[in-house]
Write a protein that binds this ligand. Sequence first.
Ligand SMILES: [Fe+2]
Length: 295
Amino acid sequence: MVTPQRLENQLTDKGYVPVYTTAVVEQPWDSYTATDHEVWATLFKRQRELLAGRACDEFIQSQEAMGMGAGAIPKFAELNRLLRDSTGWELIGVQGLLPELTFFEHLANRRFPVTWWIRKPEQLDYLAEPDLFHDLFGHVPLLMNPVFADYMQAYGCGGVKAHGIGPEALAQLTRLYWYTVEFGLIKTDAGLRIYGSGIVSSKGESLHCLDSAAPNRIGFDLLRVMRTRYRIDTYQKTYFVIDSFEQLFDATRPDFTPYYDQLAKQETIPAGEVLASDAMFNRGTGEGWLTDGDV
Ligand SMILES: [Fe+2]
């Protein structure tokens, strides 16, 4: 086994440059400091308080079923016992960002990579890359949900395929991940709720995505989502709303190859644009939007 290192994006005069790693490491649980556990506790308590009535029930219930609490950073080995029994998923420790194909191959085999290290106290509100809090608090709970668990695996299989097709297909598939797994909203009888990991692990975006008048909230449509560019440096201009996790899984059931052919003939859509064909929940006011910077 490799000795775990903390591999972070490098800050240069051109912004953050990602650092990729492929090593799978044992979670060095005994090496977490009191400060690391405190960062976990602070973020855990803050987000759970904020997410009451905001995150979907499946997220909160799964997190509770896993026994995640503020007390200490959870042990991957303990979570794995529960996960394997419920949906057959397994967490693996990683040092930072994985190359795309490696990431997809793990998902396709029901392995979810979790960054072993946690942010520093001065990074509570923003970090340029995923850390343990984002991955574990944000992504892992829904792997307990059988339908979402299957969706994640289907996404991984689709990713391996898209990687073989080419960069355009990969970009289109990445948009799907971004607008669902990372920044998805779900419609419930009680109103819109959050299920995206990028939202539940961020204080600012947990508030913004539901309370702000600025963003669009649009009904999920697979091909529409796969054409829509997104923001990595600011809150999203548009959130897509699913009806259920079944809807999401069903959308990824077919082979995407014909979709890629179809999408190749169409323009991408700017992050904040609304189309006449969109099923609107709210049209955003666009307040505070930057005019450039969509990726
Ligand atoms: Fe993420």
